[in-house]
Design a protein. Structure first.
Length: 339
């Protein structure tokens, strides 16, 4: 079954409604053993990164399945790993609708979802009942109404709650849709956050006798010097990995789109060059001393291979997955195997 026909039908609906339908349909198809109708065979391409064995380098970025309602279904599509979240201590509705917009001509999305999720405790209970045995990352954030000076408490709570269920944990300080969140990327705030989270992380390692890697997800909108300083700070605190990057507030390349003036983070094809620029700087700074996941603008296997060539160990897709479908997973794996 060609994904294009399914996509064209879904694109007749408002973006957030089609997202809901697609997620639940994927889950249903898995339960009915019908996943093969939309997903082909994905070749094995095993790699070890951050002490974790991945069956291939292509993962699903956070945001598509915030609450872990479709882990089994998405896992059956051939991803090398999945990332759920962003999840916060308390459930929250997120920003007012509409808050998700398609820029179809540019193969892009703008979202200002605002960390809408059911809360970390609901996620944890749901994960207890999944059968997915692959690599599952969990992305954590702060509640929108938590003052920035108290944000550390939110991250600490989530870190403790998800540790037992995660293959790796991502500290999201780079979404543009939670007021003030990106301020945590500044040096002083970052130092306080990382120092405490590393202490909590050490406690969890001792408690569970398992070292779950800790990663930080950064924005693609920083100037070069700030990117370098942030990369050095992550190394200094012995963070296991970095995800480069999140959505952008820039509208470069989409200014002619009717919906370009909507606020929120831009993802998709227009983000590729910008995210690759930041990725290259990070890779030059860390020089293989931490894992790097490249995300942003991957719409083809060639795009994924370019991120590996720039220094990424793994890649993630989201908007490209929505536009291209499950076939993009196989295309990316095959392109990266040849590099």
């Amino acid at each position: 079954m060609k994904y294009k026909y399914l996509r064209d039908l879904l694109f007749l609906l408002p973006p957030e409604l089609s997202h809901f339908i697609a997620l639940h349909t994927t889950s249903l198809m898995h339960r009915l053993h019908l996943t093969h109708l939309v997903a082909g065979e994905v070749p094995e391409d095993p790699i070890e990164v951050m002490g974790i064995q991945f069956k291939n380098r292509v993962g699903l970025a956070a945001g598509l399945d915030k609450d872990g309602i479709c882990v089994d279904g998405l896992g059956a599509l051939g991803f090398g790993f999945l990332e759920v979240g962003t999840v916060t201590p308390r459930g929250q509705k997120g920003n007012a609708r509409p808050r998700l917009f398609r820029l179809t001509a540019s193969e892009a999305l703008i979202n200002r979802m605002g960390f809408n999720n059911e809360g970390v405790d609901v996620l944890v209970e749901r994960l207890k009942h999944t059968r997915f045995d692959g690599v599952l990352g969990i992305n954590i954030g702060k509640n929108f109404d938590t003052p920035l000076e108290d944000a550390l408490n939110d991250y600490e709570y989530c870190l403790r709650r998800v540790y037992e269920y995660a293959a790796y944990i991502v500290v999201n300080i780079s979404s543009p849709n939670t007021p003030g969140l990106r301020d945590l990327q500044r040096q002083d705030e970052m130092a306080v956050l990382l120092e405490t989270l590393k202490k909590v992380h050490g406690e969890m390692v001792e408690r569970y006798s398992v070292r779950v890697p800790l990663l930080v997800k950064i924005a693609p909108d920083m100037v070069d010097d700030d990117v370098r300083q942030l990369a050095r700070r992550l190394l200094a605190f012995e963070i296991d990995g970095v995800i480069v990057g999140n959505t952008t507030v820039s509208r470069a390349g989409v200014t002619d789109e009717p919906l370009a003036s909507e606020t929120g983070g831009l993802s998709g094809a227009p983000l590729l060059s910008q995210s690759n620029h930041v990725l290259q700087i990070v890779a030059e700074e860390v020089k293989g001393r931490m894992g790097i996941i490249g995300v942003g603008g991957i719409m083809s296997g060639e795009d994924a291979a370019a991120k590996i060539a720039l220094g990424a160990d793994l890649v993630q897709i989201y908007t490209g997955f929505i536009y291209q479908g499950p076939g993009l997973i196989r295309e990316c794996v095959e392109a990266m195997r040849s590099h």
